[in-house]
Structures are given as C-alpha cells and as structure tokens.
Design a protein around this ligand. Structure first.
Ligand code: G1P
Length: 292
C-alpha cells in the first residue's frame, strides 16, 4: 500500500464573506492569534505525516508564498537583536514541508481547483484540506485520522460531522448506507448544499477528504453544478455510482468555519484561550469586561 504523503490545499477563493479584510489580502492569511489560518492547516498536515503540499492559489495570493519562504532580512535582524525564540519560530515555517504552488486561473469552483493538482498527485492517494476549515485536535490531527482509516480500508474517505438542521444547506451532505464500524459508514449519495427538505441526513462534509488519483478522470467529466461551479461533491458522487467505495468518516475534533466573520472571531477566542502567552490575559478580560 502506498503511504499517504501528499496533500492539496485549495486557496484560490475570494473571501467575499470577510470583505473588506480580504480586499488586498488572501483570506488564508487572516490571523488567528499569531499565525495566519493557512499555517494551522499546513501544521496539521505535517503533523499527520504529509511531506508534500500543493497550494492552489489565485491572483493577489503572493503573500502566501512569502509566508512559507525563508525571509532573509527578517531572520538576519532577529539574529542581530538576539531574539532567538522568534528567529526559530520564523525559520521553522520555511522548513515545514515541500510546498508547491499552482494558480487556478479561472474561478470555476472547488472541483476545478482540485483538477489543477492532477500532475502533482498522479495515481497516489492524497489528502484535501480546505482552507476555510480549521480543525483542532491536540491528540491526533484530523488528516492523520483520515490516513489511518485509509490504511485500514484503502477506500476514498470524506471527513464528516453532524451539523444543525439550519446549517445543512451550507455543506455537501451524505446519505449513509452500510456501516463499516463505529466511525465509518459507506456513502450511497452525496449532495452539494441541499435544501433541508431534500437532505438525506445531517452528516456534512467539513473540509477534509482522502481520495485516490481516480478522482481526476471524474473531475474532468464533471459539468458545472450548484452555483454554476464544478463541484468536487459531484465528481465524488460519480465515483461512488461507479462502485468505488467511499466512506464517510466521523472525525474527532472541533471545527471552525473561518470563512465568515463569526467563525473567525470564535477561532481567535478559543485558540487565544489555548495559547500560553494569551490565555490568562484573555480569560481575565472575558470575565471582567464581558462578565461571562
Ligand atoms: C465546500 C464544499 C462542501 C463542503 C464545504 C465544507 O463548500 O463544496 O461540500 O461541505 O466546503 O466547508 P464551500 O464552503 O467552499 O462553499
């Protein structure tokens, strides 16, 4: 069995839900406490054993490349000033993984962005981690959980969690069929952002997938779907209909949707309460000022 070492992060979206913050800055670079959100995702992947990451970018996304690159001037001045702790933090970022970039060119949807990864991925199994979904699990990062499911069953996997009824129409929703074990169930149907009354369950795909290279031939045949975009969900469904087993894996972890203002604020507060430097001050502030 081939080891899973590759991942793709689509990061070409315009971030319209958090404008004007994203006018001249990629949404993936918006900060959670002291790191851009994209760094949390790269760190999750690296902690899961991923060594090669392709980031699918678009226009105005140059700061992403700069962030993961060596920064000569900054590192030189931190060294001169004897700020070795900070120097290490900055330097570590540039050696996290082999990071590759490709531009999406045309914003034709998530499926189209993933298709850009075809030559990077080849035939290999690979993880997809969506930039809007930060998932916290201090013990076992969610990508690692998916990789372990792959090692057990060698199928395609979609990471899911139950969502509130009112949120169903924001996500790709699965119809479960045969149960494999407590956390894995075979998918019979997969619908992108259904209306509540048409939803086959409340099990939503929350931004993590582990797929084999087979997905690309299906993406190539996928016509624009919901919202006029080429949907990854539709390509996965075609694969399922072709009898390629795909499991919905109920992952363990707390997920933050940082593609909207409230989700971004919640992530900042909760990660701030986990951060050694900020937790005490933040808790005191919340207790005294907000009187929680
Ligand atoms: C995408 C996918 C959707 C998935 C969601 C998870 O939608 O198309 O199936 O449930 O991410 O965050 P988006 O939020 O990019 O519109």
């Amino acid at each position: 069995m081939k080891k899973v070492t590759k991942a793709v992060i689509p990061a070409a979206g315009l971030g319209t839900r958090v404008l004007p913050a994203t006018k001249a800055q990629p949404k993936e670079m918006l900060v959670i406490v002291d790191k851009p959100s994209l760094q949390y995702i790269v760190e999750e992947l690296v902690a899961s054993g991923i060594t090669d990451i392709l980031i699918v970018t678009g226009r105005n996304k140059d700061s992403i490349e700069d962030h993961f690159d060596f920064s000569y001037e900054l590192e030189h001045s931190l060294e001169k000033a004897g700020k070795f702790d900070l120097l290490k933090k900055v330097d570590d970022i540039s050696s996290l993984a082999n990071i590759y970039y490709v531009r999406q060119n045309h914003p034709l949807g998530l499926g189209h962005a993933i298709l850009k990864a075809k030559s990077f991925v080849g035939e290999d199994p690979f993880v997809i981690a969506l930039g809007d979904d930060i998932i916290y699990n201090a013990n076992k990062p969610v990508a690692k959980q998916l990789i372990e499911v792959y090692e057990k069953y060698q199928t395609n996997i979609v990471g899911v969690q139950e969502v509130a009824k009112g949120d169903i129409s924001k996500y790709g929703i699965v119809r479960p069929t045969d149960r494999y074990d407590e956390k894995n169930v075979k998918i019979a149907d997969f619908i992108e952002k259904p209306k509540i009354e048409e939803a086959p369950s409340n099990l939503a795909c929350l931004g993590r997938y582990l797929l084999t290279g087979d997905i690309f031939e299906y993406l190539e045949q996928t016509k624009p779907g919901k919202g006029g975009e080429i949907q990854l969900t539709d390509a996965i469904l075609k694969m399922i209909k072709d009898d390629k087993t795909t499991l919905a894996y109920s992952f363990e972890g707390k997920r933050y949707d940082i593609g909207n203002k409230l989700g971004l604020l919640k992530a900042n507060i909760e990660f701030g309460l986990r951060n050694e430097e900020t937790k005490e001050g933040l808790l005191k502030y919340l207790k005294e000022e907000i009187k929680i």
